[in-house]
Design a protein around this ligand. Structure first.
Ligand SMILES: *Cc1c(COP(=O)(O)O)cnc(C)c1O
Length: 390
């Protein structure tokens, strides 16, 4: 068997799909230590810069004294602290639902959602570019599965019509698509869902904490907080970046998930320090935070400077900023050169994105200074010169 596995590994390498992990020799942040060098980091989901924020770190440290290190239990046995329940209430209020339930991760939240709500009589209608955890969660339920083309409302409506005989129709979409930084058109998705009597589920992992007037995510931005039925999200990106996920929705949905959802029932509680730090992260967001304003400003600035420098930037407002190169080798070489110049970015190519649509996905953070942004743009210009001569 070892030889067979080695052959598979060789194939992955030959296809250029092998993922090498770079070891960071310190904290996650605007800059990170790689070997003996410090490089600017433009590839983390650290949107609000909270991953190494002293206030978040202090909240986690204090929690170790107050709440201990581990709970050594699932929630329903002896793994529920007062602060877990308070965090759930708070997340519900934040995203605008009746209730919320914590999971070890958003992967688990999506993995444990559909099976509880849907069976053979139902249909789930999913955007083709939805996150792997949604795809897996759907695989675990017995509902009929329909897919629509990315953000394509006409195709969504066709699938809704095709599912009209189902008991329940559930439309599920990422709030933000991670390879493009594009937002799902939630207002129009809600219109169609209402027209065809369907539920709407949004996975808002790349938006909670910073998108929308209150930072509550894409339903907040589109003004449809009261029309989206269920929101799933992560604490592992903007909100401190440690771990943890949630499902927020109607009381009965959350209550039933507590009874039946397998990743919730059979996996350890989110650790006390992470829960306390998540409270602190939500405090910062609620305070109306300079972090969010800074993120927005830096994102605009980076997008403008890159366009002015003649790069093909996918349009949008999200801090996910794809710089398009088309050719996979060019994108990879530019990313390599960027690292030599002290800026850490990652190239993505087929099969993660369509062929001939290779790109470098830059992620801006509130922790970046104007100077960091300038250095990133300058490194792109220099690397383009090195790789393409132009
Ligand atoms: C990152 C991400 C997840 C997974 O979140 P974790 O909490 O790290 O498991 C799920 N869905 C989407 C859309 C994501 O971007």
């Amino acid at each position: 068997m070892r030889e067979e596995l080695q052959a598979t590994l060789d194939t992955i390498r030959e296809e250029g799909l092998y993922k090498n992990e770079r070891e960071i020799g310190g904290a996650q942040g605007r800059a990170v230590r790689l070997g003996d060098r410090e490089v600017l980091n433009f590839c983390a989901n650290n949107y609000l810069g909270l991953a190494d924020d002293p206030r978040i770190v202090a909240a986690a440290r204090d929690a170790l004294d107050t709440w201990g290190f581990g709970m050594a239990s699932v929630r329903f046995i002896c793994g529920t602290q007062t602060q877990h329940v308070e965090l759930e209430r708070r997340i519900a209020a934040f995203v605008g639902t009746e209730a919320a339930i914590l999971y070890p991760s958003c992967f688990d939240a999506n993995g444990g959602l559909f099976e509880v709500l849907l069976d053979e009589q139902d249909a789930v209608i999913s955007d083709e570019l939805n996150h792997a955890s949604i795809i897996d969660g759907i695989r675990l339920c017995k509902a009929r599965r329909l897919r629509y083309r990315n953000r394509d409302l006409a195709d969504l409506e066709a699938q809704l019509v095709a599912a009209r005989d189902a008991r329940r129709r559930l439309v599920v979409t990422d709030g933000v698509f991670s390879m493009d930084g594009y937002l799902a058109p939630l207002d129009q998705i809600c219109d169609l869902a209402e027209k065809h009597d369907a539920l709407v589920v949004v996975d808002d992992s790349h938006a909670v904490g910073f998108i929308g007037p209150h930072g509550a995510g894409t339903p907040d931005l589109f003004g449809v907080r009261d029309r989206v039925d269920i929101v799933t999200g992560t604490l592992g990106k903007a909100l401190g970046g440690a771990s943890g996920g949630f499902v927020a929705g109607p009381q009965e949905v959350v209550d039933l998930l507590r009874q039946r959802s397998r990743p919730y029932l059979f996996s350890n509680t989110v650790s006390p320090a992470v829960v306390a730090a998540s409270h602190a992260a939500l405090d910062l967001v609620a305070e109306g935070g300079e972090e969010r304003a800074m993120l927005e400003r830096s994102t605009k600035r980076f997008r403008r400077l890159m366009s002015e420098a003649g790069f093909d930037v996918l349009e949008g407002d999200h801090p996910i900023v794809p710089i398009m190169f088309g050719d996979a080798r060019t994108a990879a070489s530019v990313a390599e050169s960027m690292l030599e110049l002290g800026v850490y970015v990652v190239a993505f190519s087929y099969p993660v994105v369509p062929r001939e649509r290779a790109r470098i996905r830059v992620q801006v953070s509130a922790a970046h200074t104007d100077d960091d942004i300038d250095r990133c743009v300058a490194a792109f210009v220099e690397s383009r010169q090195r790789v393409t001569g132009g």
